[in-house]
Design a protein around this ligand. Structure first.
Ligand code: KG4
Ligand code: ZN
Length: 334
């Protein structure tokens, strides 16, 4: 049952490794880096150092729990970009060392393409063409997916990513990093109609999330002027309203993208696709519009090597290997 591929992900603050055999993911080992919490965001140099500390143990665990010996591997896959240069370098260098030692080919994977391909880990798998809203800490894209490896970005943010908007709003409220999951948690007990925020509307299918940060900062400043305990007293309603606002911005564009392309297979991917408000609202909108909705399991929403492994599987089938002098790319188009 071939091919057997080891995949490594190290683009941001998760060190992850996964083994895939004949398209079936056998495991997905993830070491998260707690070191960034006290700084309120990912510190690139610390991320790189933590990857170096974690990578051997993470890869060993992936190999051991797969029951496959290193000599049975057909290829080593790694995230080439986009991501933090120092973080990517650790994964790329490790993959090179292993590929050289085992004398097997390497497969470079685009992290954003892999987020989309996370839909091919489990069933049900979307059929082509489909639209994928890829929403993470670094990206917000609407992707037209024509086949496993043929994708086109038809809408994207012109400034901040939606995950950044979640995290920055959380930071303004004094919540720890990453704030997205915490906003989600508080929002579940709040009233999404309690507060309204203004929105910057971009042309076409593009997004802008930088304005919401400033609007949110001023909103809290004004409320706190009359009530210094405003955040503590109303945290659930604030989070629910902000989340509703961001989810509306995303889903408006998804609806327009579906209308423009006539595509009714709709998927979400990336860290923010773990958001319970987005998942719920997408299901409701999908029912109304007659869409087929695809939502990955939580494990495959945030950064993980299983999605890198699946992308590598399809590239292996096309003999799409890279040479040993490959270098990481902080920016890497789809
Ligand atoms: O895909 P990901 O793990 O890493 C990047 O490639 O960026 O996404 C991380 C982002 C962070 O901004 C985090 O706050 C956000 O995903 N996130 C969430 C939730 N879980 C993760 N945002 C809102 N609600 C969530 N439940
Ligand atoms: Zn990601």
């Amino acid at each position: 049952m071939r091919p057997v591929i080891l995949a490594i992900e190290s683009s941001c603050d998760e060190t992850s490794a996964s083994v895939i055999r004949n398209g079936k993911v056998l495991n997905n080992i993830i070491a998260s880096q707690a070191v960034h919490q006290k700084y309120g965001g990912v510190v690139p140099e610390l991320a790189s150092r933590a990857h170096q500390q974690n990578i051997v143990a993470v890869v060993n665990e992936a190999m051991e729990t797969s029951g496959i010996s290193k000599t049975e591997l057909d290829a080593i896959a790694f995230t080439r970009g986009p991501g933090l240069m120092g973080a990517l370098l650790v994964g790329v260098s490790f993959a090179k060392g292993m590929a050289m030692a085992l004398n097997i080919p390497m497969i470079e994977v685009n992290h954003m393409q892999a987020h989309v391909l996370a839909h091919f880990i489990d069933d049900p798998k979307p059929s082509f063409p489909f639209l994928c809203l890829t929403v993470s800490g670094g990206h917000t894209q609407i992707v037209l997916v024509k086949s496993h490896l043929d994708m086109e970005v038809i809408g994207q943010t012109q400034d901040d990513a939606v995950g950044e908007a979640f995290d920055k709003a959380a930071k303004i409220m004094g919540l720890p990093y990453p704030g997205g999951p915490l906003i989600d948690k508080y929002a579940q007990s709040g009233n999404p109609k309690a507060y309204k925020f203004s929105e910057t509307v971009m042309p076409g299918l593009d997004f802008s999330f930088s304005g919401i940060k400033t609007a949110f900062l001023y909103f809290l400043r004004d409320e706190k002027a009359s009530n210094p305990n405003f955040v503590e007293e109303h945290v659930n309603d604030i989070c629910a309203s902000l989340q509703q606002h961001l989810v509306n911005m995303l889903l408006t564009r998804v609806r327009q993208a579906s209308e423009q392309t006539g595509i009714k297979n709709i998927a979400i991917a990336g860290g923010v696709s773990a958001n319970s408000g987005l998942r719920k609202e997408l299901k409701a909108l999908g029912d109304k519009q007659g869409w087929n909705i695809f939502i990955p399991s939580f494990e495959y929403c945030t950064d993980n090597a299983a999605m890198i492994a699946v992308a590598a599987h399809y590239k292996y089938l096309k003999s799409d290997f890279c040479s040993l002098d490959v270098t990481p790319l902080a920016r890497m188009p789809l």
